[in-house]
Design a protein around this ligand. Structure first.
Ligand code: IVH
Length: 742
């Protein structure tokens, strides 16, 4: 390749890598595998090596990917808007990545380089490479002081409050002898069990499932509601201690000490003396990792002696004293026995493959999703074929290919059904849709039961009953639609198999309690196609009550943030159907909440004596924001004066107001800061902090950059943005040889 061709390819590779960084770190929904990503990066590294004059400072080979949602170079406004804005703080020591390889000979080369540089009198610490999201914990005087994400390696998001809800991270250390202040870094990950539970819930609620536990972990860590973080079952493992004058000679001693202080440290570490022991460790875990309850994507090999780590030092991106050996994604070959066609609550028909059981990443796989007819055709799949199944942590493994060379004679092309496998109604496929649907929403038993199960689910009406109970109720003719649940009496319930007085009373109490469910959850419970939890929340907040929503025109729906044409049309179609409108009336008569205003109006005096001027747009309407301020004892004012306590700035605040505030020295706060002041984390108009957010549900926040300064003298993200590249903090080694930000 000549220089001009290289220049073009380098440009392409940088764009591709940047885009995939954004999808991986910001959106938590990668579209290529880690392996494919690493191959792109290797190609770029090789070209930059060949043509060093084409290397630029902003090349992705020179910096770590950023998880900051509102980072200066975040390309997608939408992604940024979906993330909560956390306060950001600089890292004391930059948070770097690791050089990685899939090739054992490169691990040998790493070990050779190390011994050429530091001799033979050193050891290696070999460890599992946990597949999660990096975290940096600072402990001061034995207490957790702050938790930062990696961010862009230089500054990170402050997720301390969320980390408090991760059960194995201690707020206080135990034992004794810890330094007054130290940092310890590690990985927050989601064990398979918690991941499967979360995705099952998301699939049921028609929220997009997470592709793998890593994405689920990093999405969950950035949830708005810290309590919801607690429900996600995240765990932490710590693998790197940093600080001034730490009293340890080796990395291993430091981690053993950390473990003795109650910090979670992996017991799967091993000290190796040479490359043979390293290779033994790698090959042992290459098999054994499949039986671990969490995802690992490789092995990390570190020089164990801290003095040698110091002398080997760092490149701009990696330590020279460590390397990661990565395992190839796992794949298995097995036989396709048959295909089932499953009907969901919205009527969508999904083909599911029945396979000869095959072990894969710690579980036995018997079924795999085939997504839709297009995917089946793309794979050219036949019953009897040998197919490749991949998991990579997903709850439902997928079929990624067919081994044509092993195709048996007489393998049959599967026939996609033309009628609903449950009720026999001819299937339809709308234009632009990948899936076929059963249009018999009112009569198809699977759909009816699916809708009822959705209606009572935790994030909807939260009625305590299982799928089997709903099925029994349906089969006995007790319920067909959600409103029927509200007219059940004890005699009806006693007809259910095994039900006694107590279970009936408990169920009725739960039904009664469900009447207090806030409007946005009720809206979600109705099961309107494409209206997941987040969308329901946006619609409920925007329109305030059901009547306004039902009367909304297409244009009015499209004006709601994050509502596109597909959702708008689906909402219109739902309310155009008189049966749905009648059902809403019945539920209203049963006493369910169909208005935000009806919700409990908790009041506080947290803003007593404060006069607040609002400017710009917020995640709730301006009127709702004013009401929120008043409910909490504050006063609204329309112009900034010396009597103003705060200027609350949303996205696109008025420049005049901003200028005036600056002249008068009035503190400017953003929506997130106001919510903090109110002691909650969600801007519910009623001040309730107990919103049940999910990762995709990281509520549309205000787009204004964080205007609060976390600590006096600290630069905010916005300051950095204005400073431009190059004027940020500088990375240097201090006298101890530690990398630091100056
Ligand atoms: S040591 C200076 N040890 O993998 C870098 N990292 O792909 C120190 N990771 O950035 C990192 N398990 O987020 C280290 N046992 C382990 C690890 C580990 C997972 C993550 C970490 C790192 C990334 C690189």
């Amino acid at each position: 390749m000549d220089k001009e061709q290289a220049r073009i390819r380098i440009g392409e590779l940088r764009d591709l890598i940047n885009e995939n960084n954004r999808r991986y770190y910001v959106e938590n929904s990668p579209v290529i595998s880690d392996y494919e990503y690493d191959m792109l990066m290797n190609e770029l590294i090789a070209l930059e090596k060949q043509y060093p004059e084409l290397v630029t400072e902003d090349s992705p080979t020179m910096r770590v990917g950023s998880d900051l949602a509102n980072r200066p170079d975040a390309k997608s406004g939408k992604a940024a808007a979906q993330q909560k804005e956390f306060a950001q703080y600089p890292h004391r020591y930059p948070m770097l990545s690791l050089g990685n390889t899939y090739d054992i000979s490169e691990v040998e080369a790493f070990a050779d380089r190390a011994s050429r540089s530091i001799g033979d009198r050193f050891t290696f610490s070999t460890e599992l490479k946990f597949d999660g999201t990096a975290i940096c914990l600072t402990y001061r005087h034995g207490e957790l002081f702050r938790a930062l994400t990696r961010g862009d390696g230089t500054i990170g998001d402050d997720v301390t409050e969320n980390v408090h809800h991760i059960s194995n991270i201690p707020r206080k250390l135990t034992g004794g002898g810890w330094p007054d202040e130290f940092e310890i870094r590690g990985e927050i990950y989601m064990p398979y069990k918690a991941f499967d539970r979360l995705n099952a819930e998301r699939e049921r609620d028609e929220d997009p499932p997470f592709a793998n536990p890593r994405n689920a972990a990093s999405g969950s860590l950035k949830l708005i509601n810290p309590k919801e973080v607690g429900h996600r079952g995240l765990e932490c493992t710590l693998y790197h201690m940093l600080g001034e004058n730490l009293p340890f000679e080796t990395h291993d001693q430091a981690l053993n000490a950390a473990a003795s202080w109650g910090l979670p440290v992996s017991d799967k570490r091993k000290i190796c003396r040479d490359i043979h022991e390293i290779e033994e460790y790698i090959s042992y875990w290459d098999t054994e990792r499949k039986f671990l309850p969490f995802a690992t994507d490789g092995i990390v090999i570190k020089v164990n002696e801290l003095a040698f780590q110091k002398s080997l030092g760092y490149t701009s991106k990696f330590p020279r004293w460590a390397v990661a050996y990565k395992f190839q994604a796992e794949r298995a070959l097995t036989k396709l026995r048959s295909i089932d066609y499953q009907v969901g609550r919205t009527g969508a028909v999904t083909p599911v493959a029945n396979l000869d059981p095959v072990p894969l990443s710690g579980t036995t796989v018997k079924r795999a999703s085939l997504h839709n007819l297009d995917q089946m055709r793309l794979l050219d799949i036949r019953i009897g074929d040998y197919v490749y199944v991949e998991k990579g942590g997903e709850i439902i493994p997928k079929i990624t290919g067919v081994e044509i060379s092993q195709r048996p004679a007489g393998a049959v092309v599967p026939e996609f059904p033309s009628v609903c496998p449950d009720c026999g109604t001819p299937l339809v496929r709308d234009e632009g849709e990948a899936k076929f649907f059963c249009p018999n929403a009112e009569g198809c038993p699977t759909q009816i039961m699916g809708k009822l199960v959705h209606f009572i689910s935790r994030k909807a009406m939260n009625v305590i009953a299982g799928d089997a109970t709903i099925e029994q109720m349906f089969r006995l003719g007790l319920v067909r639609k959600p409103s029927d649940l509200y007219s059940l009496d004890k005699d009806d319930l006693l007809k259910l198999e095994g039900w006694k007085e107590r279970s009936a009373e408990r169920f009725l109490a739960s039904i009664e309690a469900s009447k207090a469910t806030p409007f946005d959850h009720v809206l979600f419970a109705l099961g309107i196609r494409y209206v997941g939890e987040t969308t329901a929340k946006s619609l409920a907040r925007h329109f305030g009550d059901m009547d306004s929503l039902m009367a909304a025109s297409r244009e009015e729906l499209l004006a709601v943030e994050d509502i596109g044409e597909v959702i708008a049309d689906s909402v219109l179609a739902f309310f155009a159907d008189s049966r749905n409108r009648e059902e809403v009336e019945r539920l209203k008569a049963a006493g369910l909440k169909f208005s935000m205003a009806e919700e409990s109006s908790e009041v506080s005096d947290l803003l007593a004596g404060k006069t607040i001027v609002i400017s710009g747009n917020f995640s709730i309407s301006r009127d709702a924001m004013k009401a929120l301020i008043e409910k909490n004892g504050g006063k609204n004012s329309s112009s900034v004066s010396s009597r103003t306590s705060y200027l609350l700035a949303g996205s696109k605040p008025g420049p005049e107001k901003m200028k005036k505030a600056e002249q008068l020295g009035i503190e400017v706060i953003d929506e997130a800061r106001l919510m903090q002041m109110l002691g909650g984390s969600t801007p519910d108009a009623d001040g309730e902090a107990e919103a049940q957010a999910t990762a995709a549900d990281t509520r549309t926040g205000s787009q204004v950059a964080n205007v609060q300064s976390p600590v006096a003298g600290d630069k905010t993200a916005e300051d950095r943005k204005e400073d431009g590249p190059g004027s940020g903090p500088e990375v240097r080694q201090d006298a101890e040889g530690q990398l630091k930000l100056f």
